[in-house]
Ligand binder design. Structure first.
Ligand code: BGC
Ligand code: ZN
Length: 348
C-alpha cells in the first residue's frame, strides 16, 4: 500500500512509498484510512528534528490524527465493518509505570511510552491501518470526515481538565480565560472554553484571514495587538503557540489564583532574559500556577467526542482549510498562509 514515510531525524526524508500491509501486531481491527490531520509535530518530524522509527526499522509512517473506517473487526471487539474509528496516539510503556498502569499513559513517568506516527510506532498516513480495539475511539457517526479533529481536540480537552483541576484546589470560580494562538489547537481550545461557559479571549498575531473570523464566530473576543493589549487578570490561560517568550510573559497576565496551562511544544531553542524575581513573586503572592500538558488518555478522547458532536458542523468544516489526496501528501507538510488544519484525504 502507499504511505507517507520519513527517516526520523533526517531532514527532507519524507516520501511516498509502497510499504507492506499493516502488521496484525498493530491491532485486530483493520481500517481503510479516511483522513489524517497534519500538525506541527508532523512538520517537525519531517524537518528531521523529532520522531523515532519502530525498533529495528529505518522508516516511520507519519501521521497521528487519524480517522478510519472499519474493514474487518473481530466479533466482540465493539466495532463492526463500516464503523468510523479514531486511533489513540500513545501506548503505555512496557514496564508499566504507575500512570501507564492506571490507563493514564498521557502522564507516563519513565518516557518509555510509544506514539503512533511519532515515537516507535507507525502512524496513519497510508491506505490502511490497524488498531487494537482498546485503543480505538468511536467518534459521533454524524460528524463524518470532520471526526478527524478528534485527536487535536483530545489534547485541548486534557489541557482544560488539568487547568480546572489546578484552579479547583480552592473555592473560587474561573470566568475570564485567554487562549494564546489561533491555530487548530487554539481554536479548538476556544471551542471547548466557550462550551464550558467561559468568557473566552483568543490572541494571535494575524490581523485578517480565517483565524479571527473562526474565533469570533465562536463568540470569543479576538486580539491581534499583542498580549499587553489583550487585557490583564485572566483566570485561566491555555497557551497553544509554543512560543517560549510569550508563554512566560503570559504569567504576568494571570489573575490571582490563575492557572497557565502550556500545551505548545517549542522547537526553536530561543534564549531570552526574564525578570525571574518578579516572576517568582507574582507566582507566590498570587497563588498562581503554571502547568504543562501533553497528549491525552481515553477520558480526554471521550470528552473530545462529546464536544465535537455538539459543535456547529459548519464551523468545524471551516477549520479544515486544505485537503490533499494521499498522492499529494508531501504538500500537506508545507504550511500555506492562512492554513488552519490541513488533512490528507485517503478514502471518502
Ligand atoms: C500529539 C500528542 C503527542 C505530542 C508529543 C502532539 O502533536 O498530538 O499526542 O503526545 O505531539 O509527541
Ligand atoms: Zn509510563
Amino acid at each position: 500500500m502507499l504511505a507517507l514515510t520519513v527517516r526520523p531525524m533526517e531532514a527532507g526524508s519524507a516520501e511516498l512509498r509502497r510499504v507492506p500491509e499493516p502488521d496484525v501486531a498493530d491491532g485486530a481491527i483493520l481500517c481503510e484510512t479516511v483522513a489524517v490531520g497534519i500538525d506541527g509535530t508532523d512538520e517537525e518530524i519531517a524537518d528531521g528534528s523529532y520522531g523515532e522509527a519502530p525498533a529495528g526499522r529505518e522508516h516511520l509512517i507519519l501521521g497521528h490524527e487519524s480517522l478510519g473506517r472499519v474493514l474487518e473487526a473481530p466479533r466482540g471487539s465493539g466495532f463492526a465493518t463500516g464503523d468510523l474509528v479514531v486511533g489513540v496516539v500513545r501506548r503505555p510503556d512496557p514496564v508499566p509505570c504507575e500512570s501507564c498502569a492506571a490507563g493514564e499513559w498521557d502522564m507516563c513517568r519513565n518516557g518509555l511510552f510509544t506514539e503512533r506516527g511519532i515515537k516507535g510506532r507507525d502512524g496513519f498516513v497510508s491506505e490502511r491501518f490497524r488498531i487494537e480495539p482498546e485503543f480505538g475511539i468511536r467518534p459521533d457517526a454524524t460528524l463524518g470526515a470532520l471526526a478527524v479533529l478528534t485527536e487535536p481536540t483530545s489534547v485541548v480537552a486534557k489541557a482544560w481538565e488539568h487547568a480546572e483541576l489546578v484552579a479547583g484546589r480552592a473555592s473560587w470560580t474561573p470566568r475570564r480565560v485567554l487562549v494564546t494562538g489561533a491555530g487548530p489547537l487554539g481554536l479548538l481550545a476556544a471551542l471547548l472554553g466557550v462550551r464550558r461557559g467561559y468568557e473566552v479571549h483568543v490572541l494571535d498575531v494575524v490581523e485578517g484571514g480565517r483565524k479571527p473570523v473562526l474565533a469570533t464566530d465562536l463568540g470569543a473576543t479576538y486580539h491581534s495587538r499583542g498580549l499587553d493589549h489583550a487585557g490583564e487578570g485572566f483566570d485561566l490561560i491555555i497557551e497553544c503557540t509554543g512560543v517560549g517568550p510569550l508563554a512566560f510573559h503570559a504569567v504576568r497576565h494571570l489573575a490571582a489564583n490563575g492557572v497557565l496551562c502550556l500545551t505548545g511544544i517549542s522547537g526553536a531553542g530561543r534564549e531570552t532574559s526574564l525578570a525571574v524575581d518578579d516572576l517568582n513573586r507574582d507566582l507566590v503572592l498570587g497563588n498562581r500556577a503554571v502547568v504543562g500538558s501533553v497528549n491525552a488518555n481515553r477520558r480526554h478522547y471521550e470528552a473530545a467526542v462529546r464536544a465535537l458532536a455538539e459543535a456547529d458542523r459548519g464551523w468545524l468544516a471551516r477549520m479544515i482549510t486544505r485537503r490533499v489526496p494521499l498522492k499529494g501528501a508531501l504538500d500537506a507538510l508545507d504550511r500555506h498562509e492562512d492554513d488552519v488544519k490541513t488533512i490528507v484525504e485517503v478514502a471518502t
